[in-house]
Design a protein around this ligand. Sequence first.
Ligand code: MN
Length: 738
Amino acid sequence: MGMMRQYELVDRVRSYNPNTDEDLLNRAYVYAMRAHGTQKRASGDPFFAHPLEVAAILTDLKLDDATIVAAVLHDTVEDTAATLEEIETMFGPDIRRLVDGLTKIKKLDLVSKKAAQGENFRKLLLAIADDIRVLLVKLADRLHNMRTLHFVPPEKRLRIAEETIEIYAPLAGRMGMQELREELEELSFRHIKPEAHATVTKRLEEVTAREGKVIGEIEEDLKGKLAASGIQAEVFGRRKRPYSIWKKMERKSVSFEQLSDIFGFRVIVEKPEDCYRVLGIVHMTWPMVPGRYKDYISTPKQNDYRSIHTTVVGPGHSRVELQIRTDNMDRIAEFGIAAHAHYKDGRAGEPMGLADESRAYQWLRRTVDLLAEGDSPEEFLEHTKLELFHDQVFCFTPKGRLIALPRGATPIDFAYAVHTDVGNSAVGAKINGRIAPLLTELQNGDEVEITRADGQAPPAAWESLVVTGKARAAIRRATRAAVRRQYAGLGRQILERAFSRAERAFSDDKLKAALKRLARNTVDDVLAAVGRGEMYSGDVVKAVYPDLEPEKRGSADGKPGAAADGKGWFELRKGENLKFKLPGEEPDTAIPIRGLGGDLPVRFAPHGGAVPGDRIVGILTPGEGVTIYPIQSPALAAFDNEPDRWLDVRWDLDDKAPQRFPARIALKSINEPGSLAQITTTIAEHDGNIDSVSMNRPNQDFTDVTIDLTVWDLKHLSAIISELREKRVISRVERVVG
Ligand code: MN
C-alpha cells in the first residue's frame, strides 16, 4: 500500500464533511511531510506514512478538520525541528493545543516504570480531559503502531502491547469505541500470548467449519421472519474475537468446548420500537436462554451504549447471541464518543462541547475531578493505578455522583464509599431502580440507591464480604462498637439489679459522680467493664454510696457468710437467694438469656451446657462476659468463693426463631456390630443433631461413647435419652453437664 496522497486525504474528509477547509489540510500535509523529511520507520517505510495512516483512521470516524490536522502533525514537535509556536502561527491556537497535548503524552510510560505510573497516568487523563480529540488522535496513533508492531524490535514490542491492553484498549472501551477497543486488544493479545492466540484462533476456525451451516440457516430464517413482519432490518452474522473468547475462558475457568455463543448476530433496525418487535419475533422463534436478556435501551451503559441483548438456543443446540439496535445506536456502539465529535465541526477555535451530550465524556471529566481530589501522592497513585480501568467499576448515586469502586464491589462497598454513616445504616439497595441484594456485584454504570434504617449496626460477617478497605475498616469499627454496646447493656442490667437489691437509686448521673473513684473516664466505660466482668457490681455500688455500711448490707439479705469478704453481698449467691427458675417463673430481676448470638455477650459452658428448661446460672468471667451453666454443673463449685461472679439469669426464648442448644450425653454400649449405628440412628430419628462422637473401649465387652449434640430444649433431650435407654445394646446413658 502506497503512501496516501495529498488529494486523497482531502477527498476522504470531503466525503463526510463538504465544508472542510481544504487549504488547511493541504498546508498540514506539506508541513509534516517536509518536517519528517527522510525519516524512516522501523518497517523501512518513510516516517510520514505513519501520521497519514493515523489521519486516515480518523477520517473513518468522520472527525473534524482540527482532529485530522492534529493527526497529520502529531509527531512533528517531538521528532523534528518543528515548534509549537510555528504550528500556532500556521494552523491556529486550537490545533496548537491539540498537538501540544499529544506531544506531552507521547513519552509517558504507563506500565514499566512503576514509580512514575501514577503521575504519568494523571498527565494522560488531564490531557485528554482537556480536549477529547487528543485521546482520539492518540488512540488512532496507537492503533497504527499496533498494526505495524511486528517491525519493532521484540524487546520493545511486549511493553507497547501491555500498555495498549492495560491502558488504551480500556480507555477506548470506556469512551464507547468498541470497534477500536477490540482491534487494540486483538493486536496486543497476539504479542502478549502468542500461543494462546494461535490455539484459540485455530479452535475458532474448527468450530466455524462445523457449525457455520447452522448459523447460516438461522440467519436466513431470521431475515425471512423479519421481512414477513414488514420490519426493515439488516442482519449481520459475527463471530467472537479470539481475545474475548480467551478472556471468557480465563474469567470463568472453562474450556473452549464449554463456551457457548461464539456466534452472534447483530440486527440493525430503523426505530427503537422496532428493536422490541424484533425481540418478540426472536423469542417466539427460538427458546431464549434465561438470564441472558438485557435491555440497554431502557438502561444505557455508562459509555452511552444502547442495545438489546438476548441469547437463544438455535437448531443443533447452538447458542446464538443477538444484539438488536437502531442505526444510530449502532454508530454510538462502534464509535462511542467519536460519534458525537463531528457534530461540533465548524465551531473553529472552540474546545469540543461534548459534556452535554455524551455521558462517556461526563464520566471522563468526573474521573479527572476525582483524581484531582486525592491529596497525598500515595493515595493518588493508588487511585490512578492501572486497575482504575481494568479492575474498577464506576457507579453513580441517584444524584449522579460518581463512585469508583474495585471490581467485585457490592452495594455495601458503595454505601461506605458514599459515607460511613450510609454504610453503617444500610439495610437494602436498589440497582438501576430495582431492588437487589446487598451482595450483588456492581457493574459499570450502575446507579445505586441505598436503603437505610436507623439504629442498625452492620453485621460482622460483612467484613469478609466487602472488597474495599474503607468498608472493611468501618465495619470492624462498628462491630467493635456494637460488642462494646452489648457489654455495656449487660453491665447496666447487672448494675440496675445490684443497686435495687442494695435499695439505692441508680442513675447515669450518680455513676458519673463516682467515675474518679472507679478510675474510669465515662459511664459507658464503667458499664462495659461490669458487663465484661472486669469490675464487680459491688465495687460500683460502694463507689457511688461510700457511706453504705457493710454490716447493714450483710444483714439486709439475712444470709450468713455473705459479707465475709466485704463485697458482693447484694449479689445473688448459689444456694441462697438465687431464684432458679423454670420458663414462665422468672422474677423480673433476672437477666434474660436468649441463647447464642443474642444481644448479650453470652456463651454456654463447654463440655455440656445448659438447654432451655434447665435451671441456669450465669458466671461472669473477666474479659469474656457471662458463661451459662446448668445449676447442677459440677464446674460451679469452682466459683463458690467468688459470689460476685454469680448472676441471676433466666431463659428468654424467641418462639418465632427456635434455636438449638448444645448438650452432651455419655453412654455405655455393648460391643457388637451395628451398635453405634443404632445409637446415632435413634438420635437422628428424634431430631437430634450430632456434632461429634468420641469412643473409648475400656474392655472387650463395652464401649464408652460420648456424644455432643444439639437439641431444642430439656424435654427434647430427655426424650432422646429415654429412647436410648430402651435400646438393648445400651447398658447405661446419662447426660453430662460441664
Ligand atoms: Mn505517532
